[in-house]
Design a protein around this ligand. Structure first.
Ligand SMILES: NC(=O)c1ccc[n+]([C@@H]2O[C@H](COP(=O)([O-])OP(=O)(O)OC[C@H]3O[C@@H](n4cnc5c(N)ncnc54)[C@H](OP(=O)(O)O)[C@@H]3O)[C@@H](O)[C@H]2O)c1
Length: 326
């Protein structure tokens, strides 16, 4: 089968498409014929930082077999201990090595794809959708009527966050650049701040929750936009430009100052699980969440797709489509 493989660490242009052996599922695993996969900033980061890649895969309990995590496809075979899936099922979830014609995933990292959701849409969900769901529903515990600010609303996570916050009954403000204002409004944002025209921390508005995917504001500026009992959920670091020094300064500043603030500051690390994938499937099936797909690429174009994502201005999700037939 064809698969993208890590050749040596470096930028995305050292990823190669090779003929490799089709994987065989372990006892608790499902072998998937991949129909679509989606890209996340961490896929590009994993290429540049193989050591960080190993730590992240260890934390997420996935086997490292190749690049790509978000997958959707058809079950071809199952391991001896798998009880929830059978050959022919359409599934989506997380695996190690999604940028390939076949991939293995643990049963616990998959859910059934609803029939009215395409493989591309389902592949867009796992990392980005679960990050938004766990940040807003679990960490922020959004209540109907609360005012929620999503900084980075036009990207992969942000487009899910806007829709999930709306489905939880929040009054949602999305932050994006001029070209994405209409798109962010179209997915349900009640208000949109164009960051190229307005500094969100200077508008005099206060929010119950700030869901931040960018990290481009100081601690005092973030406090300024939150209500006295507000909650800040930091999930992304787009605005730090991949600089470890800036990331460290951001985290240390927050750690030192947050005990003296009336608001709560939380750093989110999304965790894969079957129940949340199923919830996302239900939200999509009910039409409450529709993944926003920006660009589609073939498997052989994976480098181009990663380079596009690395520019930092994707509108929703970037997906690879493998003979999808949706
Ligand atoms: N903690 C976790 O578990 C977790 C999980 C998934 C992702 N993440 C992180 O979350 C971040 C977002 O991920 P993603 O998948 O959404 O990335 P993405 O799809 O690449 O996000 C791109 C979006 O960021 C927006 N953006 C860039 N600069 C901005 C700014 N200054 N203000 C507001 N928006 C800005 C862009 O909008 P414009 O084009 O309009 O500028 C673009 O739509 C990344 O740092 C990622 O590593 C964390």
């Amino acid at each position: 089968m064809k698969a993208a493989v890590y050749s040596r660490h470096g930028r995305a242009d050292v990823l190669e498409i090779e003929d490799v052996q089709k994987p065989a599922p372990a006892d608790n695993e499902v072998l998937i014929e991949v129909r679509a996969a989606s890209l996340n900033p961490i896929d590009a980061g994993s290429l540049r930082h193989p050591f960080a890649r190993r730590i992240l895969f260890a934390l997420s309990r996935l086997k490292i077999t190749g690049p790509g995590r978000d997958v959707a496809g058809e079950v071809e075979a199952v391991g001896s201990q798998v009880t929830q899936f059978k050959p022919g099922d359409a599934v989506f979830g997380w695996c190690g090595g999604a940028f390939a014609e076949y991939a293995c995933a643990p049963e616990s990292a998959l859910a059934i794809k609803p029939a009215n959701v395409t493989f591309e849409q389902a592949a867009a969900v796992p990392v980005a959708g679960l990050t938004a769901l766990q940040g807003l529903r679990d960490k922020a515990q959004i209540q109907p009527g609360q005012k929620v600010l999503v900084n980075g609303a036009a990207g992969g996570v942000g487009t899910f966050a806007v829709q999930i916050a709306k489905s939880l009954g929040a009054d949602v403000t999305g932050v994006c650049s001029t070209r994405n204002v209409e798109m962010v409004r179209s997915i349900g944002a009640d208000h949109v701040i164009d960051y190229s025209q307005e500094d969100l921390t200077r508008g005099g508005q206060h929010y119950d929750v700030m869901f931040d995917l960018v990290a481009n504001h100081s601690f005092s500026a973030r406090r300024r936009v939150l209500n006295p009992k507000g909650i800040y959920i930091g999930a992304g670091v787009l605005g730090l430009g991949g600089s470890m020094a800036r990331l460290l300064a951001h985290q240390v500043g927050e750690l030192v100052q947050s005990p003296f603030a009336s608001q709560r500051f939380i750093t989110l690390m999304a965790k894969l699980n079957h129940a949340d994938l199923t919830t996302m499937g239900e939200l999509m099936e009910a039409g409450k969440v529709t993944p926003v797909i920006d660009k589609r690429y073939g498997l052989s174009e994976v480098l181009e797709a990663l380079r596009y994502l690395e520019e930092g201005h994707a509108r929703g999700k970037v997906v690879l489509t493998l003979d999808c037939g949706d």
